[in-house]
Design a protein around this ligand. Structure first.
Ligand code: CA
Length: 241
């Protein structure tokens, strides 16, 4: 039986923010020819408005734009929940390395320097879509007892209450949640959570475990993180009793 691939296909909605009409037309023409749906706008305010009305899958953002630079727009998107994970490619005439790294620091996933060929842009778009699809399908959401963790969104909940976790506590909790009911020694935790190259005392693990328990306590989930005498620590699925 033939695969019905066509039914799986949905046009990719691409937002293109570009103030030069000729480039805007070129983007619309060449990307639509590839089967994408293109929403080409000349300014940041127009782009912001469009983000509220259309479901956008990827954004192409020109660096130099009237009414705010493309860089500010990328920062704006990264600061908003709805667009935080949106794949972004910057279009820039600037080839200066500092400018490019500023774009990447602001949260752009990739950049294409002008003048670019439509062919090059297509392959960059496809590569980025593949990368973001791969991220979406990897299991980033874990639940253990009353604990829920979303690695992609960097969010954790205990009894549906958001937890304010530091970087290390988050990684520690994520590691335990990926291996519930498994006892880890301090040196194993240092190795797995902190990394092998670190020269950190094993006591550091105890400090972070204490901090993690303190954060879990208001939800009553601190007892899930058990000290196993002479062995290390373990996250119990039913540690509430
Ligand atoms: Ca421009």
């Amino acid at each position: 039986m033939a695969h019905k691939k066509s039914t799986m296909f949905r046009a990719v909605n691409i937002l293109a923010v570009e103030d030069e009409e000729a480039i805007r037309d070129m983007l619309s023409f060449s990307l639509e020819r590839e089967g994408h749906r293109v929403f080409a706008v000349p300014s940041v305010p127009a782009a912001k408005k469009l983000l509220t009305t259309e479901s956008i899958d990827l954004a192409l953002v020109d660096w130099m734009l009237p009414g705010g630079t493309g860089l500010e727009f990328v920062r704006f998107m990264r600061a908003n929940d709805a667009t935080r994970a949106l794949p972004v490619i910057m279009l820039t005439a600037r080839t200066d390395e500092d400018d490019i790294s500023a774009g990447l620091d602001a949260g752009a996933d990739d950049y294409v320097t002008k003048p670019f060929s439509p062919k090059e842009l297509h392959s960059r778009i496809n590569a980025l879509l593949r990368r973001s699809q791969a991220q979406l399908t990897s299991p980033s959401q874990i639940t253990v007892g009353v604990l829920q963790l979303d690695a992609a969104a960097h969010r954790a909940l205990a009894n549906n209450t958001p937890l304010e976790l530091g970087h290390t506590e988050f990684k520690l909790l994520q590691f335990f949640m990926e291996h519930p009911e498994h006892v880890f020694s301090r040196s194993q935790l240092l190795d797995k959570v902190w990394g092998t190259d670190t020269e950190i005392e094993e006591r550091t693990v105890d400090v972070h475990i204490l901090r993690l328990r303190k954060i879990l306590k208001p939800a009553g989930a601190d007892k899930m993180l058990e000290t196993v005498r002479g062995a290390g620590y373990c996250l119990r699925v039913n540690g509430l009793n």
